[in-house]
Design a protein around this ligand. Structure first.
Ligand SMILES: Cc1ncc(COP(=O)(O)O)c(C=O)c1O
Length: 401
């Protein structure tokens, strides 16, 4: 009798984890590895949050809370949406989970039936297609192109829509490219979506605060208020507040969907951490002014790494507008041979070579639906990013044509 469920076939081994694990093992064994594979800011959690978290522990706020978030946190989220995004939600339209990841999974699990399709622009965050498949839906990939800064175009969206489309997932700034949709880009997508009243949209705004471009952040529900009922606006504390370990993410949308998401969560994990919620409540009450300094640092690192990558023969790198990843195309290095005689034929092998030769850990692009690219996170100390770029260059120069 088969032991593991058929659903396990929907979960490919995580390349991100595989490289991070190998890098961690090398570091533990004393190797001087620079880890550019992880997806979390290298800054400390904002102090308002960590102080509130410590107070919560001392005050005994360590018990179960309401399943999908305390009223205090939901109020803070309500205020945040009104203040930063000009969006108005009632408390029963807001759900809090253990990360944006959990709330998105809840939403898909609550809505997908067999044959339902979910449009995912490529390159994408690794978890979207896996979550869709695990919930019984079918991921449908929409290509994004350099001439439109890797933002989904209305034409490409229209091409992928079918009567089975249940959701479209938008993520700007995105992981892994740092692509950012302008207000006009979103308006054009909204024009297409208006013609398909049965299609719903998840906007994953987790990198909202990490933008270093003149293009201002907009979220679809703000740009297209007439689509409000069809949009689930997702956000969280992980990236913009350096709170990855606290596990707090949230979503706002139509009340019946939020209720269904909450039901699912109540049977699986129940409430997210009471301490994390207390911390997030205080952090969200304040305007996110801390982000400016972080963005200045990220911008400097971005400029440095993008120009260093573009200076390597065989590598080209677009300039990301947000998040903290560079996503160079390394197709020009394919077919080259390493000093010990191995021919590099894909980005998995190149990532392995960079780890072995340059002692730099990055993630192969296939995990993001982009087999010609690699993802380098510059959420690492500036001097480490500089050193990594120099080492990668030397390793690439050792490859023979
Ligand atoms: C695009 C995107 N969405 C969501 C998440 C997950 O966020 P959380 O930590 O809130 O679950 C990530 C984390 O890497 C991400 O890159």
């Amino acid at each position: 009798m088969q032991f593991l469920s058929n659903n396990m076939k929907n979960i490919p081994p995580s390349k991100t984890m595989a490289i991070t694990d190998k890098a961690r093992k090398l570091i533990a064994s004393g190797e001087d590895v620079i880890d550019l594979s992880s997806g979390e800011p290298d800054f400390d959690t904002v102090s308002t949050a960590s102080e509130a978290g410590m107070k919560a522990i001392q005050a005994g706020v360590t018990k179960y809370t309401t399943g999908d978030g305390t009223a205090e946190l939901k109020q803070a989220i309500q205020e945040k949406f009104a203040r930063d995004n000009l969006l108005s939600y009632e408390l029963n339209q807001i759900s809090v989970g253990a990360g944006a990841k959990q709330v998105m999974y809840n939403a898909l699990a609550a809505t997908l039936n067999p044959k339902d399709e979910v449009i995912i622009p490529t390159p994408y965050w690794v978890s979207y297609p896996v979550m869709v498949s695990m919930c019984g839906g079918t991921p449908v990939f929409a290509d994004c192109f350099a001439d439109t800064d890797f933002v989904l175009t209305p034409q490409e969206l229209a091409k992928r829509l079918t009567p089975n489309t249940k959701w479209v997932i938008l993520n700007y700034p995105n992981n892994p490219m740092g692509a950012l949709a302008s207000k006009e880009d979103l308006e054009k997508l909204a024009d297409v979506l208006r013609q398909h009243p049965n299609v719903n949209i998840i906007t994953d705004d987790i990198y909202e605060l990490l933008i270093f471009s003149d293009t201002k952040f907009h979220t679809l529900a703000q740009v297209a208020p007439d689509l409000y009922d069809r949009i689930l606006t997702v956000n969280g504390m992980s990236k913009g507040y350096a709170m990855t370990g606290w596990r707090i993410g949230y979503a706002a949308g139509r009340a019946d969907l939020i209720k269904a998401m909450s039901k699912i969560q109540s049977q699986i994990t129940a409430n997210p951490s009471s301490i994390g919620q207390a911390a997030a409540t205080q952090a969200l009450k304040a305007k996110p002014t801390h982000a400016q300094g972080w963005c200045d640092t990220f911008r400097k690192r971005r400029d440095m790494i993008v120009s260093a990558l573009n200076a390597i023969d065989g590598v080209t790198c677009e300039t990301p507008m947000g998040a903290f990843y560079a996503f160079p195309n390394v197709n020009g290095l394919m077919g080259r041979t390493t000093p010990d005689g191995k021919q590099i034929s894909n980005t998995d092998e190149l990532a392995e070579y960079w780890l072995d030769e340059a002692k730099v850990a990055v993630v192969p692009g296939i995990a993001f639906g982009a087999p010609e690219n690699l993802r380098l996170s510059y959420a690492a100390k500036t001097e480490h990013v500089e050193e990594a770029a120099a080492r990668i260059r030397v390793a690439c120069e050792k490859l023979e044509l």
